[in-house]
Design a protein around this ligand. Structure first.
Ligand code: DQA
Length: 149
């Protein structure tokens, strides 16, 4: 089972960025934890990519077609703005889970809308770095249940 992890804009600043909301763990620390958890679950993380660029995210999703079984994605601010990300995920038809560190529903109203939630396998938000682990666990379970991998 090959899993792709995608982190959107500004997540490279985790650890120092709005720590009251996002906590003090860095993205590197989150990624290391995720790799550990994946190993425990017996799945391969094919790649972990953080980019601030919407087009780079679209291109990575397109390239994942027929190669990746599932995606865990924190689209960050593009969650609330990007039809292009939605279309890329629809076009490749790869099951994905949408992740947020913060509870986007308890923040500014504009964060309540997501261009991705209705096409995601599931959404995890509000558990800090643990959101990623829960997302990975849920995605792997869903893929195994579906028996496609
Ligand atoms: C975020 C929530 C988004 O609204 C925000 O733009 C982010 C991070 C989260 O992980 O809580 O950059 O996706």
């Amino acid at each position: 089972m090959r899993i792709l992890i995608l982190h959107g804009p500004n997540l490279n600043l985790l650890g120092t960025r709005e720590t009251d909301i996002y906590g003090r763990k860095t993205l590197d620390e989150i990624n290391e934890d995720l790799k550990e958890r994946a190993k425990e679950m017996g799945v391969d993380i094919e790649e972990i990519l953080q980019t601030n660029s919407e087009s780079a995210l679209v291109e990575r999703i397109q390239a994942a077609r027929d190669r990746i079984d599932g995606i865990v994605i924190n689209p960050a601010a593009y969650t609330h703005t990007s039809v292009a990300l939605r279309d890329a995920l629809l076009a490749t038809d790869i099951p994905f889970v949408e992740v947020h560190l913060s509870n986007v529903h308890s923040r500014e109203p504009f964060r309540r809308h997501s261009y991705l939630s209705d096409i995601a396998v599931g959404i995890v938000a509000g558990f800090g770095p643990e959101s990623y682990h829960l997302a990975l666990k849920g995605l792997v379970q869903r893929l195994r249940q579906a028996g496609t991998v």
